[in-house]
Ligand binder design. Structure first.
Ligand code: HPA
Length: 251
């Protein structure tokens, strides 16, 4: 049997509208509880398992997410491929609100998070290769799914992961731009690294929901209400792309 596609939903994606739910299961892990029960269901004719990264009620802040439990839970359910949906701020001028992208690289600015499974508890230490933090075959499948869904998605970009939950200062975004970051979000790390340590094939579908602090129209502040509206509108498109990805996965 083909493995199930795993989907981690972020802000504005606590559930997938078109997911026909089969069952929900709370999975215990050596690292504690995942953000929510895993939801098993059918999407695009294929079986998928969905996890709400911030919890069902969107209550868990980025630095409080139990990333290890989330990845562990998905892996033990037979998931091999994970699509992570994440909202981001656009740093690069052409990545305006409403743009979808499948990033290719990561810069990690987070701190104080449980960022590895190799903490001396269970496995002997292993240094995983992270030159290319996203799984290229799944990245390509996501881009193909977007085409199949009739949508247009930007290929590539550098995702900068910040600590949050506050948004960044204009100077911080300026530094990130100089570092080469194209978009900014709060949850891509350590999620991507833990997926790699677990030998999962992990790729991200990022949704630009605002110009980052100090960029574009947001030179004097980021309008939080607009973020919510843009995110809600974009998730319909995300749902269609995920359904196409699930369909391809099931083929
Ligand atoms: N910064 C960090 N994370 C985000 C942003 C942002 O501007 N927008 C959505 N997630």
């Amino acid at each position: 049997m083909a493995s199930m596609l795993g989907i981690i939903g972020g802000t504005a994606l606590n559930r997938i509208a078109d997911l026909a739910v089969l069952r929900r299961e709370i999975v215990a892990t050596p690292y504690g509880e995942p953000s929510a029960a895993l939801t098993f269901g059918r999407l695009g004719g294929a079986e998928v398992v969905f996890l709400a990264r911030h919890g069902d009620g969107h209550t868990i802040a980025p630095h409080r997410i139990n990333y290890r439990a989330n990845i562990w839970a998905l892996q033990t359910q037979g998931v091999r491929d994970v699509v992570a949906v994440a909202t981001v701020g656009g740093i690069r001028d052409d990545l305006t609100a409403g743009t979808l992208l499948v990033p290719e690289q990561i810069i990690d600015y987070t701190h104080g998070r449980e960022a590895t499974f190799f903490d001396g508890l269970a496995q002997p230490l292993e240094h995983v290769d992270f030159t290319k933090p996203f799984c290229e075959s799944l990245r390509q499948r996501l881009l193909g799914a977007a085409v199949a869904a009739g949508d247009s998605v930007h290929d590539g970009g550098v995702y900068g992961a910040t600590q949050g939950p506050r948004l960044e200062t204009a100077a911080e975004i300026g530094r990130m731009a100089r570092d080469g970051a194209d978009v900014v979000g709060m949850t891509g790390m350590p999620e991507a690294a833990l997926a790699r340590e677990s030998r999962l094939c992990y790729a991200m579908l990022a949704v630009v929901v605002n110009a980052a602090a100090g960029r574009g129209a947001n030179t004097s502040g980021v309008a939080i209400a607009e973020i919510t509206a843009v995110a809600a509108a974009a998730m319909t498109r995300v749902g269609r792309i995920l359904a196409a990805a699930a369909r391809q996965h099931g083929d």
